[in-house]
Write a new protein. Structure first.
Length: 606
């Protein structure tokens, strides 16, 4: 259990924890103002809520921040895990807690809505400002307009905002049967919209069967013109179905989910499948709040999307099992072959394209946000392939040391995200444990400090570590990361030639040369990383060296601090000029006692 230094309200919280039942339910964390800052679900409320306040040092930085801000806890016991899932979803949408990951606002996404009116209409809308039954969201306006156009060709219904007492122009041009004038009964009109709903839900087969039966019946009655009109509608609907069919029609009613994530964001794609056809595909971006895993994100996102899209599916095709998704709510399938695997791969292609799109958009707005252009993504894919890395090296970190014969030893680290400098993540290190000019020991110290801290705070590690040096520096890094910290971070080295130019990329143990031509864009990227860390280290070393010189000449004088020394330099310009001043001149700036100490100090050095 944490102590008051972490959360001053822990005594009151501890009493409350003892009264929380061991039932399934939903819990809410509130801050001191009474605002809900986090909503979660649990099979066992007692165990789950208590876990926030134990093993505090093992928690991630974001969870530690959440725990420090908890003032009160509210729990709701429910009958089943499914009830907990649905209640959590509703509460998150209601309170929008700051520490919960949520889908982006959907006000900009297009929907088709059947209005809640006595004689409904079918409208194209964005957001949820119209009362009615919503279908979507659709990935783009073109797909939605095409579907709406097909429905307009198949069915006659009113387009007018208000119903008049007599037929309007739409009736005269054959778009409406004029229920306003009693030329179509309410029952007939509602039957039309029942079929529109079936198409929007993807129920093509049954409605096609009924339309064919109607066509044959009209033909038997020798009503050939009407039968021909039905035939044209059938052909139009079959064309649309054939273009959207991707797998065997035996896949009746399934939702497919895929997810990709990085340090800050997760990207989720959902595909609705009815009778082998993609009804729509929808992707969204989620900003991470508490370093959630992909499983935790999907356990929250799936119920939300299931409700938003009015899905009737009882099966979800997933890349992995989601523990917090009860089987009675959705049957989970992780395919290894067949039609469902084909669907999952298609969903993954969609979410990859969406991730790139989002990164490009952020790069246009904020270049430091980590957006990745096509060129850099291609270069990172080449690095991944050349070094046989397990994942794309989106984050690459590089270290360098700087000192002059052991004096003022420092080190620096730069991070490149998406092939571009991520200056918010640059780090400086003062060497604390190494005496004298020992580059290997200095490198070992800073690498140990960097990755021990990241692992303790639960922060993501880079996909590649590059050391500014050859085989010796690589071995030092390997000993620290693998032997001491027991971490898995791929390590590469950048060796220089006699002219101090980057000449080789090394990888593996024992290190092997990765063949790259000096004109290769990939070589230029690695050279840019090396030059940047060298520049950053040298700049830090110069700053420290100048401060060190400043201290030895003025602040070493007893009674003279940095502020007094700064005042003297601003007045006289240099230490050399200060030495030429009389005691009276110095006293005008720093007072008589300090002036006397300065004169005595410089006199003793002569």
């Amino acid at each position: 259990m944490i102590d008051k230094s972490i959360n001053k309200n822990i005594d009151r919280i501890a009493l409350k924890l003892k009264t929380i039942p061991e039932n399934p339910g939903v819990y809410q964390h509130l801050d001191q103002s009474g605002t809900v800052i986090y909503v979660g679900k649990a099979r066992n409320l007692q165990r789950r809520v208590s876990s926030y306040f134990s093993h505090y040092d093992d928690k991630s930085a974001k969870i530690k921040m959440l725990v420090r801000n908890i003032y009160d806890i509210r729990v709701t016991v429910v009958a089943t895990e499914v009830d907990a899932l649905l209640l959590e979803n509703n509460l998150i949408k209601r309170y929008q807690p700051r520490y919960n990951s949520m889908l982006k606002d959907d006000k900009s996404y297009p929907y088709l809505v059947i209005t809640d009116e006595e004689y409904p209409r079918l409208l194209f809308v964005r957001g949820h400002h119209v009362k009615g039954q919503y279908f979507g969201p659709y990935p783009n306006q073109r797909i939605l307009r095409e579907l709406q156009d097909i429905i307009n060709q198949l069915f006659l219904y009113r387009r007018c905002n208000t119903m008049q007492k007599r037929p309007c122009m739409n009736h005269q041009i054959g778009l409406c049967k004029a229920p306003c004038a009693g030329l179509e009964t309410h029952e007939e009109y509602m039957a039309t919209f029942a079929n529109i709903r079936r198409i929007l839900k993807g129920d093509f087969n049954d409605i096609l069967k009924e339309m064919k039966q109607e066509m044959f019946s009209l033909a038997e009655q020798l009503r050939f013109e009407e039968a021909e009109m039905i035939k044209r509608r059938i052909r139009r609907l079959e064309e649309y179905q054939s273009r959207s069919t991707v797998v065997n029609t035996s896949v009746h009613d399934v939702d497919v989910y895929s997810i990709l994530s990085d340090e800050k964001y997760a990207y989720v794609n959902m595909m609705r499948i009815k009778e082998g056809s993609i009804i729509y595909s929808f992707s969204n971006e989620i900003k991470k709040q508490l370093d959630e895993t992909d499983q935790e994100i999907l356990s929250t996102v799936i119920p939300d999307l299931h409700e938003r899209t009015a899905s009737t599916a009882k099966e979800a095709v997933l890349p992995f099992l989601v523990p917090d998704l009860p089987e009675e709510y959705l049957k989970q399938t992780v395919p290894t072959r067949g039609d469902r695997l084909q669907l999952l791969e298609l969903s993954l292609r969609n979410v990859k394209a969406y991730q790139i799109q989002c990164r490009h958009q952020r790069a246009l707005v904020d270049p430091d946000e980590g957006g990745m252009n096509h060129r850099n993504e291609h270069l990172l894919e080449r690095i991944q392939k050349a070094l046989h890395l397990p994942e794309l090296p989106v984050n690459i970190e590089c270290f360098d040391n700087s000192n002059i014969q052991g004096a003022f030893p420092v080190a620096a680290m730069v991070r490149f995200t998406g092939g571009k400098p991520n200056r918010k993540e640059y780090r400086k290190f003062n060497i604390k444990t190494v005496e004298g000019p020992d580059d290997y020991a200095s490198m070992a110290e800073v690498i140990y400090r960097r990755y021990k801290r990241l692992s303790e705070e639960g922060k993501p590690l880079p996909q590649l570590l590059v050391v500014d040096g050859g085989r010796g520096q690589m071995e030092v890094a390997r000993q620290v990361i693998q032997d001491q910290l027991h971490l898995e971070i791929p390590i590469a080295g950048l060796a220089k030639d006699d002219r101090h130019h980057t000449s080789e990329l090394l990888y593996g143990f024992p290190p092997q040369v990765v063949g790259l031509k000096p004109t290769d864009p990939l070589f230029h990227l690695l050279e840019q990383i090396q030059n940047e860390v060298h520049r950053f280290a040298i700049t830090f070393h110069k700053d420290k060296r100048s401060k060190g010189t400043f201290r030895t000449q003025l602040t070493d004088i007893p009674g003279i601090g940095e502020k007094t020394a700064r005042d003297l330099l601003l007045k006289f310009g240099s230490v050399k000029e200060i030495k030429l001043q009389t005691e009276a001149d110095l006293a005008k700036v720093v007072g008589p006692s300090k002036a006397k100490a300065i004169i005595a100090h410089f006199a003793s050095q002569q």
